[in-house]
Design a protein around this ligand. Sequence first.
Ligand code: HEC
Ligand code: HEC
Length: 199
Amino acid sequence: MVILALLVSIVAGAISGPARKASHARIAGDEETELLKDSARSVAAFKEVYKVLMHPRCMNCHPAGDVPLQNDDSHLHAMLPRRGNGGHGVYAMKCANCHQPTNTPGLRTPPGNPKWALPPADMKMVFQNKNPRELALQIMDYKSNGHKNKAQLIEHARDTLVKWGWDPGEGRSLPPLNYQEFVAAWDTWINTGGYAPAR
Ligand code: HEC
Ligand code: HEC
C-alpha cells in the first residue's frame, strides 16, 4: 500500500511538473535537444523576445487586419495599402512602388528592404493583440509560422527583414533590446525547448 501510494505520487508529480506552468509547443525538426530542455529559462528568454516582437518596428508588419501599421503609435498606414494574397499589395498599390530595396533617406520617407511585404493572406502571422502565450505557440507551430522547422526558425532571426528593425531609417525608434541581445534571447528560447509562457 505504502509503495503504491508512493508510486502514485511520483507519477502525479511528473505529470503536474513544469508542464502546468509552461506548456511545451513541439518544434518541427527538434529531436536532438531533449536534454537541453529548461522551461524556466525558455519562458524567461521568450519574455525578452516578446518585447521586441510587439515593438512597432516589428508589429507594424504583423497587424491583425490586412493594412500595415505606421510609426510608433502603430496607426493604419496612410492610403490604406492592402495585404493582397502574397502580402505585396493589390493592383496599383504594390508595396514595392514606394518601398525600395533600401531605406529612402530623409524623414517620413518609405523604409526599404528587397522583401518589403506583409505575410501572405493564407498565413498572416499576426502579432498585434497577441499575448505572450498565444504568440509563442503561433511561432512554434509549423502550420502557422510559414512552415519553419527549428533550423529555419533559428535562421529567421538573421533574416534581413528582421535586421531592418535595427536600421529602420531616420526618425524611427529602435526595439528595446539591441540586435545581439535579441538574437541571444531568440536562440535561448528555441534551444531550451521553445516553451510558451502560461499566459
Ligand atoms: C504610396 C506609397 C506607399 C505604398 C504603396 C506602401 N507604402 Fe508603406 N510607407 C510609405 C511611406 C511614405 C512610409 C513612411 C511613413 C512615415 O514614416 O511617416 C511607409 C511606412 C510603412 C511602414 C511603417 C514602418 C514603421 O516601422 O513605422 C510599414 C510597416 C509599411 N509602410 C508597410 C507597407 C506595406 C506592407 C505595403 C504594401 C502592402 C506598403 N507599405 C505600401 C509609403 C507607401
Ligand atoms: C516589412 C514588413 C516586415 C517587418 C518590418 C518585419 N517583418 Fe517579420 N515577417 C514579415 C513577412 C513577410 C514574414 C513572412 C515571411 C517569412 O516567413 O519569411 C514575416 C515573418 C516573421 C516571423 C515568423 C512569424 C510567425 O508567426 O511564426 C517572425 C518571428 C518575424 N517575422 C519576426 C519579425 C521581427 C522580430 C521583426 C522586427 C525586428 C519583424 N519580423 C519585422 C514581414 C515583416
